[in-house]
Design a binder for this molecule. Structure first.
Ligand code: FAD
Length: 546
C-alpha cells in the first residue's frame, strides 16, 4: 500500500475529484489505481473564504516501489505500520468465579466486550436501567423535573456519554491500536465508517444509543451477562494467597435499585468502571482498603451562542451549506494564573440537565448526529485543585462539586439557572433572553449564575470569556447565555492502581474516567480494553476466544 498525505481539495469537491487527484498525484493512469481508501480527513480553514479538505489516502497500485522511486515526494510513502489490534489470554491463574464488570459506560462496556470475546463470560452490573427504559426516564426528567437518582443522564446503560454530543476524538497516545479498535467496534455495531478517518469523529446521542445496545447484545451472544438495576453497595476482601498479607477481592454485595433487595456475589475479579458521578460508591470505597487520592478537575458554566456566529468565525462568510456545524476549542490564562478553557463543545447542540442527585443540579451538552440545533454550546471551565476545596481529605473535591450543585439547584429553584453574560459581569440576575434563545433539555429559569461560584472562579470565567471574544468575534457578547453548573468534567478522585492495573485490593481493577484513567468516551473505552488485557494476562479464560 502507498500512503499519500496532504492531498488538498476544495470542500465542494466530488468523490471523483479525489480519485483523479490520487492518480494524477502518483502520476499513474486511472487503471493502475487498484483500490484506495481515506485514512484521515480534516478541514483546513486557515485561508478563509477558501476552505479545503486535507486527506491522507492509502492506495493499492501496480508497481508500488517504482512509483515511489519515480515520485520522490515526502508525501508519498510506503504504508508500513499495521494498525490491527490483538489480545490473546496468556494468564495461568484459574478463575473460581466469573469476572465481574461494574458499570456499563464506555469503559465497562468495552472491557466486558473484550473479556467476552476472549471467553471469560463476564457478568456486567449496572445500577441504572437498560437503554430503552433509561431513555424514557431521562425524557421524563427533562419534561417534569422528577429525577430518578438511579436512571438519569449519568447512570444507566451506556454510562455518562449516552446523552452526549458523541464526540469520539481523544488525545491519548495510541501505541497499541486500542483507539483504532474502539472506533472499528463502533462501526461494527452501527456507527458510520467516516469516524475511522474524520479528524473530529462524532456520532451524536441517537447513533450512540444504538451502538451501545448492539454491543450489549454481542456481549450476551458471546456468553456474557448484563444485569441492570444492580448496584454494588459493598466489597468484601480476604487475605490474598499469592500476595501474602495484601487484601484480595472475595465478594461483592449487590442491591436491586428497584426493590432494594440485597444479594452477595462471589468473585475473585471485578473491574471497577463506575464513572465520575458514583459518589455513594466513592464513599463506600473510601471506607475500605482501596487506596484513593484527591485530584484536580475543573468547574464552570456552559455558554451558548448562535451556531451561525460560530460557523462564520470558523469558515468565513457564505461558506457552503454542506460543511458541518463548526466546532472550536479555546484556552486562556486568567490574571491569577489559573487555566480557563472550553470543554466538550457541542456544535448545533443542546444544554442538558445532567443531574444525578436530588436537590443538586449539574449541566452538560448534547447533540444529535445531524448537529442541526440553532445554538453552539460549550463548557467554559476553570481548573480547581485540592487546595481550593473547602473540605480537605480524599473526597474534598466531591464535597466541593456537591456544594456548587446545591447552589445551582437553589438559584434555579430546581430548574437550570441561566444568565446573560452582560449580567454575569455586573453580578445581577437576568430576567429574559436577548437575541439568543436558550436551547435546553430540561426547564430553565433566569437568575444569577455568578452567585453559584466562589468569587475567584467567577472572576476567572469572566476573564476567560472576555479573552475568547478576541478569538471568536461575539463570544463575549452581552446576550451570550450562561448556565450552571458544569461540575462533572472529570473525576475528583483517582483510585490507585499498580503496574498490573490492580488496586490495593488484589483482583479489583479500577478502570475508566471515574478511577481517573480516562477523559471522554473513546479514552474510557480504550482503558476498558487495556484492563481486559491485564485480566487476560493473569487469569485463564473459561471458553475459547471468539
Ligand atoms: P461512565 O460513562 O460514567 O459509566 C459508569 C457507569 O457505572 C454508569 O453507567 C453508572 O450507572 C455505573 N455505576 C456507577 N456506580 C455503580 C455501582 N456502584 N454499581 C453498578 N453500576 C455503577 N465524552 C466524550 O468523549 N465526548 C462527548 O461528546 C461527551 N459528551 C458528554 C455529554 C454529557 C451529557 C456527559 C454527562 C458526558 C459527556 N462526555 C463526553 C464524557 C463521557 O461521557 C465520559 O468521559 C465517559 O462516559 C466515561 O466513561 P466511563 O465508562 O469511565 O464512566
Amino acid at each position: 500500500m502507498i500512503r499519500i498525505s496532504q492531498l488538498k481539495l476544495p470542500v465542494t469537491h466530488k468523490k471523483s475529484d479525489l480519485e483523479k487527484k490520487i492518480y494524477t498525484t502518483l502520476k499513474i493512469s486511472s487503471s493502475d489505481l487498484l483500490a484506495w481508501h481515506i485514512e484521515k480527513k480534516s478541514l483546513d480553514a486557515r485561508k478563509k473564504p477558501n476552505l479545503f479538505y486535507v486527506y491522507t489516502i492509502a492506495a493499492n497500485v501496480q508497481n508500488e516501489k517504482r512509483i515511489i522511486k519515480k515520485n520522490r515526494n515526502k508525501n508519498i510513502t510506503i504504508k508500513e505500520e499495521n494498525d490491527s489490534y490483538h489480545c490473546t489470554p496468556t494468564g495461568t491463574h484459574v478463575l473460581t468465579y466469573r469476572p465481574v464488570v461494574i458499570g456499563t459506560g464506555p469503559a465497562g462496556l468495552f472491557c466486558g466486550y473484550a473479556l467476552a470475546r476472549m471467553g471469560y463470560r463476564p457478568i456486567l452490573l449496572e445500577r441504572g436501567a437498560s437503554m430503552e427504559e433509561r431513555q424514557k426516564d431521562v425524557q421524563d426528567f427533562w419534561k417534569t423535573g422528577k429525577l430518578n437518582p438511579e436512571s438519569n443522564v449519568q447512570f444507566g446503560e451506556g454510562g455518562a456519554g449516552t446523552f452526549s454530543d458523541g464526540k469520539l476524538n481523544t488525545l491519548v497516545h495510541d501505541t497499541h491500536n486500542r483507539g483504532k479498535e474502539v472506533l472499528r467496534l463502533f462501526v461494527k455495531y452501527g456507527a458510520p465508517e467516516s469516524i475511522l478517518y474524520d479528524a473530529k469523529p462524532h456520532i451524536g446521542t441517537d447513533i450512540l444509543a444504538k451502538v451501545v445496545k448492539n454491543i450489549r447484545e454481542a456481549i450476551i451472544s458471546m456468553g456474557g451477562e448484563v444485569r441492570f438495576h444492580t448496584k454494588v453497595t459493598g466489597i468484601r476482601t480476604k487475605r490474598s494467597i499469592d500476595f501474602s498479607d495484601e487484601p484480595a477481592l472475595a465478594m461483592l454485595h449487590l442491591e436491586d435499585t428497584k426493590t432494594n433487595i440485597g444479594e452477595d456475589l462471589l468473585t475473585d475479579v471485578a473491574v471497577l468502571a463506575i464513572g465520575h458521578s458514583a459518589r455513594d460508591t466513592f464513599g463506600l470505597l473510601n471506607l475500605s482498603d482501596i487506596k484513593m487520592e484527591p485530584k484536580p478537575f475543573a468547574v464552570g458554566v456552559r455558554v451558548e451562542h448562535p451556531q451561525d456566529m460560530i460557523d462564520e468565525s470558523q469558515y468565513g462568510k457564505n461558506a457552503p451549506e454542506s460543511l458541518p456545524a463548526a466546532a472550536y476549542k479555546l484556552t486562556a490564562k486568567a490574571k491569577e494564573g489559573r487555566g480557563v478553557y472550553t470543554f466538550c463543545m457541542c456544535p448545533g447542540g443542546y444544554v442538558v440537565n445532567a443531574s444525578s442527585e436530588e436537590n443538586r443540579l449539574a449541566v452538560n451538552g448534547m447533540s444529535y448526529s445531524g448537529r442541526n440545533g440553532k445554538n453552539a454550546n460549550s463548557a467554559v471551565i476553570v481548573t480547581v485543585s485540592p487546595e481550593d476545596f473547602p473540605e480537605k481529605g480524599i473526597l474534598g473535591g466531591l464535597a466541593f462539586q456537591r456544594q456548587l450543585e446545591e447552589a445551582a439547584f437553589a438559584e434555579g429553584q430546581g430548574k437550570i439557572p441561566v444568565q446573560l453574560f452582560g449580567d454575569f459581569k455586573k453580578n445581577v440576575p437576568s430576567s429574559s433572553a436577548g437575541a439568543i434563545a436558550p436551547q435546553m433539555k430540561g426547564a430553565y429559569s433566569w437568575g444569577n449564575v455568578r452567585s453559584i461560584f466562589p468569587e475567584f472562579i467567577a472572576r476567572c470565567l469572566e476573564e476567560g470569556i472576555t479573552e475568547f471574544g478576541k478569538k471568536i468575534p461575539g463570544y463575549d457578547r452581552d446576550d451570550a447565555v450562561l448556565s450552571g453548573v458544569e461540575s462533572r468534567t472529570s473525576s475528583p478522585v483517582r483510585i490507585l492502581r499498580d503496574e498490573t492495573l490492580q488496586s490495593s485490593v488484589k483482583g479489583l481493577y479500577p478502570c475508566g474516567e471515574g478511577a481517573g484513567y480516562a477523559g471522554g468516551i473513546t479514552s474510557a473505552a480504550m482503558d476498558g480494553l487495556k484492563v481486559a488485557e491485564a485480566v487476560s494476562q493473569k487469569y485463564m479464560a473459561f471458553d475459547n476466544p471468539k
